[in-house]
Design a protein around this ligand. Structure first.
Ligand SMILES: NC(=O)c1ccc[n+]([C@@H]2O[C@H](COP(=O)([O-])OP(=O)(O)OC[C@H]3O[C@@H](n4cnc5c(N)ncnc54)[C@H](O)[C@@H]3O)[C@@H](O)[C@H]2O)c1
Length: 252
């Protein structure tokens, strides 16, 4: 059987970087995609150095054309794509009364439009190749839980939760499953920057999460591994929250 080929966006850092290594370790070939070329190259080199099969692809998922090129380049280098894990994203908290239109548009462009363009490009290729596949979007607990100073982020992630439902029902006929994973705070560069900028208080988060810790990138890659696999063959249109109980907790 041919090796499965998974495109991982946002592969240059955090969840995406770890995702590439974790998927490679269980035998997937990975296209390490990032808007920052050097970051994509570094992740792909790490995967190859540890014995995996990987290529670096530079792309901007907020562009429809770039997302199509991302898939074409992957197919040219690794062969037919079988899945996507969309981890590319940004964070930019700010007061809604003064939030700049450029920041709003950039957030929606990357977190919502980008999720659609990446999924569309992979979905179209799978349909053209008459291949089944599994697409996983990294969403957030903020698809459900409102945080202050995160209107654009929360709105985009809520959009992703609905996006996976619509794509799932449209593409089920082609054997393509589409799901989201919604983590609570994950220990990554993004979170480190938010802690340093005073947007997030680590001790407060640990108290707020019933399981008492931040998520690790491996918590997210374990869930993605499951959703990509045939063990999840009857699961589509879902958001799986990897949040240590954050969303369940409604007490004081
Ligand atoms: N870190 C968390 O606590 C957390 C929690 C819930 C959800 N998430 C989500 O998980 C995803 C990954 O977060 P992370 O913590 O790994 O962030 P990160 O900042 O560590 O990594 C994000 C990567 O995405 C890349 N990227 C940004 N815009 C891109 C674009 N337009 N096209 C291609 N690549 C692009 C960046 O260059 C970077 O390498 C994001 O969607 C984020 O919203 C993160």
């Amino acid at each position: 059987m041919n090796q499965s080929v998974i495109i991982v966006t946002g592969a240059g850092s955090g969840i995406g970087a770890h995702m590439c290594e974790a998927l490679s370790q269980i035998g997937h070939a990975v296209a390490c995609v990032d808007i920052v070329e050097s970051a994509a190259v570094q992740t792909a080199a790490r995967v190859v150095a540890s014995g995996g099969k990987a290529v670096a692809v530079t792309a901007n998922i907020a562009s429809q054309a770039s997302s199509v090129s991302m898939v074409e380049e992957t197919v040219a280098q690794l062969g037919g794509v079988t899945g996507l894990v969309n981890c590319a994203g940004i964070s930019k908290p700010g007061d809604s009364l003064t939030y700049a239109s450029a920041d709003w548009e950039r957030m929606i462009d990357i977190q919502l439009n980008g999720a659609f363009y990446a999924a569309q490009a992979v979905g179209a290729r799978l349909v053209a190749d008459r291949m089944p596949g599994s697409l996983v979007m990294i969403s957030s607990t903020n698809a459900e839980a409102a945080f202050p100073r995160r209107a654009a982020y929360c709105a985009a992630k809520a959009g992703v939760a609905m996006l996976v439902k619509v794509l799932a029902i449209e593409w089920a006929i082609h054997g393509i499953r589409v799901n989201a994973i919604g983590p609570a705070y994950v220990e990554t560069e993004m979170t480190r920057r938010n802690i340093e900028a005073g947007n997030v208080d680590r001790a407060q988060i640990e108290r707020r999460i019933p399981l008492g810790r931040l998520a690790q990138p491996a918590d997210v890659s374990d869930a993605a591994t499951f959703l990509l696999s045939d063990k999840a063959s009857f699961i589509t249109g879902q958001s799986l929250y990897v949040d240590g109980g954050w969303l369940a907790y409604g007490y004081f």
